[in-house]
Design a protein around this ligand. Structure first.
Ligand SMILES: CC(C)(COP(=O)(O)OP(=O)(O)OC[C@H]1O[C@@H](n2cnc3c(N)ncnc32)[C@H](O)[C@@H]1OP(=O)(O)O)[C@@H](O)C(=O)NCCC(=O)NCCS
Length: 200
C-alpha cells in the first residue's frame, strides 16, 4: 500500500508541474479535480491489485476506468512512476505495453499490438493527442510523438516524430534542442539512430 501511495503522489505531483508549473498544495488540489486524474488513480489501483494477485479487484478497476473515464488500459500494462494522463478520454493501451517513468499521454492515444507484439516506451516520453503507436516498436527516452502521428518504426531517444507514418523532425539533447533542422521527410527504418550535426 505504501508503494501505491508513493507512486500516486509522484504521478499527481508531476501532473501539477506539467499543468500548473507548481507543486504547491493549491496546484495539487486542482490536479485532483482535473479530468484524467481519476483514470490515473484507477490505473494505479489496477496495477496494485495485479501485484497482489487480486484478480476480481483488478478487473473491477479496469472496468471502472473504461466506464467512468472512457480510458481502456489493458490489465498487465506497466508504467513507471510519474505517469500523467492529461485528458484520459479515448485512450486505449494494450496489456503487453511496457513504459518507463515520467510518461505523459494526451487523449485519444492508442498504444497497441500488431502481430501480437506491443510497444516499449522509455522514460520521459510525451505522446500527443490522437497519436497511434503500433506493434513491436521501441520509443527512446525523451521522445515526443506529435498529435495524430502513427508510429510504426522505432523512435530514437530525444527525437520528435510527426505524421503518418511518423518521421523524425527534430533531435535534441536531454537539456534542450540541439538540431533544429527538419530531417527530410523520410521514414526512419527500425533501429536507426540519428547522428548529431557535424557542427555540434
Ligand atoms: C510534436 C510536438 C510535441 C512538438 O514537439 P517539438 O519537438 O517542440 O517540435 P516543434 O514544435 O519544433 O515542431 C517540429 C516540426 O514539426 C511540425 N509539427 C509539430 N507538430 C506536428 C504534428 N502534430 N503533425 C505534423 N507536424 C507537426 C512543426 O510544424 C515543425 O515543422 P517546421 O520545422 O517545418 O516548422 C507538438 O507539436 C505536438 O504535436 N503536441 C501535441 C499537443 C497536444 O496533443 N495537445 C492536446 C491538448 S488538449
Amino acid at each position: 500500500m505504501g508503494r501505491l501511495l508513493r507512486t500516486l503522489a509522484t504521478d499527481v505531483r508531476r501532473k501539477a508541474l506539467w499543468c500548473y508549473e507548481s507543486d504547491r498544495w493549491s496546484a495539487l488540489l486542482r490536479v485532483l479535480l482535473t479530468d484524467g486524474t481519476l483514470a490515473m488513480v484507477l490505473y494505479r489501483l489496477m496495477q496494485w491489485a495485479r501485484r497482489w494477485r487480486l484478480a476480481p479487484l483488478e478487473m473491477l478497476f479496469s472496468k471502472a476506468n473504461a466506464i467512468l473515464s472512457n480510458c481502456i488500459i489493458g490489465r498487465g500494462a506497466e508504467f513507471g512512476p510519474g505517469l500523467v494522463l492529461i485528458h484520459a478520454t479515448g485512450i486505449v493501451i494494450n496489456g503487453q505495453v511496457r513504459g518507463g517513468s515520467d510518461i505523459s499521454i494526451e487523449h485519444q492515444v492508442t498504444i497497441g499490438a500488431e502481430r501480437r507484439s506491443s510497444p516499449v516506451l522509455g522514460d520521459g516520453v510525451f505522446i500527443g493527442a490522437g497519436a497511434k503507436i503500433l506493434g513491436a516498436v521501441t520509443i527512446g527516452d525523451g521522445a515526443r510523438i506529435g498529435a495524430n502521428a502513427v508510429v510504426v518504426h522505432d523512435v530514437p531517444a530525444y527525437c520528435t516524430v510527426v505524421g503518418i507514418p511518423a518521421r523524425v523532425v527534430r533531435q535534441r539533447r536531454p537539456e534542450g534542442v540541439f538540431e533544429a533542422s527538419l530531417i527530410e521527410s523520410e521514414t526512419l527504418p527500425r533501429g536507426s539512430v540519428l547522428q548529431p550535426n557535424a557542427t555540434d
